[in-house]
Design a binder for this molecule. Structure first.
Ligand code: UDP
Length: 335
């Protein structure tokens, strides 16, 4: 199979590309390197069947060419990370909505399958736990930037389903819940790589708010497995799927587990939201996926334990720390 991945130099995209190559598929990536990085795909460059282009998912001729030459497009390119969203709402809305329009428009020419990546953010402030794909979405007011992301991704979903109904483009929508693992950076505000980076440096682990808010963390390898299975099943077309783990943990407890796993001397400190996020930020207290639909259709549900997930992320941060120390050492040796 020939697979085109937008946002392929990102965290999920690079893992997906690697799995596809490992099983013998051909992969072409497009990324503008806004949040993705060449480092994520450095180990893939030169492998048979692998190609990449650095460019924008808003570039219609380029996207059309790449969609046309693939059997399936996985559209992961998006403005992501709560930090970015609150700081650059115009960029978020424009990137997320326009890029999806461009990809779907290109796929409509030859009715190529598109997987549109969405997010658990679309459930918004819903307290109806666990979140089911068919439940009502509960977004906050337009005056709060955080909801711009959720709203832009919800619009992407509507657009995808509309392309199927009106133009016959086969689409699958996947709502990723807190997906974590090696290669994810804490740079855009994601909690687990942040905590792990702080722990391996023995710096204070910064818990925002009371730390009583909770999340379910899924391993990126499980997310990729779910995605690959969905891509291969006709019954998935036209459907929306949650992809995530169901083991819930408070952010405070997560900080403690990371500290233990890293054998760290870090203190755990609570920071009020006002000190870390711009005005207009609202946090969600709980977010738990119902993954029974994914399991029913694919026979798969994410299962990597939180212990293993934390171990992998801590290990990744240790490797980064050692690499950074190595390059500092080299630089000082040169001077
Ligand atoms: N968070 C935290 N410390 C950090 C980064 C995030 O306590 O250094 C909190 C954040 O406020 C939220 C939770 O961890 O309650 C998960 O944040 P993340 O951005 O990873 O995911 P999302 O909010 O999208 O679920």
């Amino acid at each position: 199979m020939n697979v085109f991945i937008t946002g392929g130099c990102g965290f999920i995209g690079s893992h997906l590309a690697e799995r596809l190559l490992d099983r013998g598929d051909r992969v072409h990536l497009l990324d503008d390197l806004s949040t993705g990085s060449m480092q994520n795909i450095a180990h893939l460059v030169g492998r048979p069947g692998f190609g990449y282009r650095i460019g924008s998912a808003l570039d219609v001729p380029l996207v059309t060419e790449l969609v046309d030459s693939a059997d399936v497009t996985v559209h992961l390119a998006a403005a992501v990370g709560v930090k970015l969203i609150v700081e650059r709402p115009v960029h978020t809305i424009e990137t997320n909505v326009r890029a999806t329009e461009v990809v779907l428009g290109a796929a409509a020419r030859k009715k190529k399958l598109v997987v549109v990546a969405s997010t658990s953010e679309v459930y918004g402030k819903s307290t109806s736990i666990p979140f089911r794909e068919d439940q009502d979405l509960q977004l906050g007011p337009t005056s709060h930037s955080r909801w711009a992301y959720a709203c832009s991704k919800a619009l992407d979903e509507w657009l995808a389903l509309a392309y199927l109904r009106e133009k016959g483009v086969p689409v699958i929508v996947t709502r990723f819940f807190n997906t974590v693992g090696p290669r994810q950076t804490g740079q855009y505000g994601m909690v687990l790589p942040n905590f792990a980076a702080q722990a391996v440096r023995h710096e204070p682990i910064t818990v925002y708010g009371s730390g009583e808010q909770s999340r379910c963390f899924g391993h990126v390898c499980d997310a990729v497995e779910g995605l690959l299975r969905l891509m291969a099943i006709d019954a998935a077309v036209g459907e929306v799927f949650n992809i995530g783990a169901t083991h819930e943990i408070s952010i405070r407890a997560l900080a403690e587990q990371v500290r233990t796993a890293a054998d760290s001397r870090s203190d755990i400190v609570l920071l009020p939201y006002g000190e870390v996020y711009a005005a207009g930020f609202e946090d969600m207290m709980r977010r738990v996926p119902d993954v029974s639909k994914l399991q029913r259709v694919t026979g798969f549900r994410p299962q990597t334990s939180l212990e293993v997930i934390i171990r992998d992320v801590v290990e990744d941060q240790r490797t980064r720390l050692a690499a950074a120390a190595g390059s500092t050492h080299l630089a000082s040796a040169r001077t």
